[in-house]
Design a protein around this ligand. Structure first.
Ligand SMILES: [Zn+2]
Length: 307
């Protein structure tokens, strides 16, 4: 299953990002549903072309709408081919909703100024990690007309520029605090079934950018070391839990259900969203959660395989 956040990341820099049913069918459905719920993904007009599935030549043809509202295409081999209307549904990224959602995640109580419709959103005051910044969210700085947006970005020494596409390329020596893309900070929380903005990570990046005078190469190893360290803590807590339940089962006590992700986070002194990040880093964490939920797997558990 494709990760919709990554898929959207690759679509987002495009001026016309239409996502059709053929692509959508491979997406992880729960993340996709969360993206629709928050309004990132919005349904748009139906596809005007469809791929023929009757013959094997994989050709795309204009969609014919019949007078009764049903759809078809013309295949040179198979003749008229019915197309279910669901196959024509298309989705797009709603940048306005993205901007409002981002504002909420950053604790903003007011809507952004939309300086350029659908392209530049601005908040003049945002407090992050105790410091005050202004935030500009931009879309399409990388497009051919991107330079026309520059005067609208309100670039000041306290400004953070976030892009809805790729990392914004700004002129050299632009006096801002930080430039990045929102896609680096989005994550899906499986347990709470909602989209997250990893604000701790964001503040950390702003901070290290501020103090390290823009040396991003230095950030990666520290983050990596932190991830390895946190993943080890989480694994240890899960292994401890599973082993104690294993002993309890041997002593004929009842099975104790798997701990929740939140309770493991608490035991490790971590924020809840770090569990998701660590699971991506080390798949054994997911396996350990699965083992903890299954009495048979707990009975045959060998901790040495997971350390
Ligand atoms: Zn055909």
């Amino acid at each position: 299953m494709d990760n919709p956040i990554e898929a959207l990341h690759s679509h987002a820099p495009l001026p016309d990002h239409i996502i059709g049913q053929t692509e959508l069918q491979y997406w992880d459905t729960s993340t996709q549903a969360a993206l629709v719920r928050v309004g990132f993904l919005a349904e748009t007009h139906n596809a005007t072309y469809a791929t023929c599935f009757e013959c094997h030549s994989d050709h795309s043809e204009p969609v014919i709408e019949r007078s009764d509202g049903s759809f078809a295409l013309w295949c040179p081999d198979a003749g008229t081919v019915d197309i279910p209307s669901t196959a024509l549904r298309q989705w797009t990224l709603n940048q306005r909703t993205c901007a409002h959602w981002l504002g909420e995640q950053l604790g903003m109580t007011t809507a952004p100024d939309e300086c350029v419709p659908g392209r530049v959103f601005h908040w003049s005051r945002c407090i992050l990690g105790g410091a005050r910044y202004s935030i500009t969210l931009v879309r399409g700085l990388e497009w051919p007309d991107g330079a026309t947006l520059l005067p609208e970005l309100n670039l000041t020494p306290r400004c953070i520029v976030l892009s809805l596409g790729t990392r914004p390329a700004l002129p050299d020596k632009t006096p801002i605090v930080y430039a990045g893309t929102i896609w680096n900070y989005l994550d899906y929380d499986e347990e709470e079934e909602k989209l997250l903005f990893e604000i701790d990570y964001f503040i950390e990046d702003i901070g290290s950018n501020n103090s390290a005078q823009k040396k991003p190469a230095k950030k990666a190893p520290r983050k990596k070391a932190q991830l390895i360290d946190e993943s080890a803590q989480i694994k240890n807590e899960l292994i401890k839990h599973i082993c104690s339940v294993q002993h309890a089962l041997r002593d004929k006590h009842d099975f104790i259900p798997a701990p929740s992700q939140s309770s493991i986070a608490k035991l490790c002194g971590l924020n809840r969203d770090r569990i998701t990040r660590c699971k991506q880093h080390d798949p054994r964490i997911t396996q350990l959660f699965e083992i903890a939920a299954d009495p048979d797997q707990v009975r045959s558990f060998n901790p040495k395989l997971y350390q």
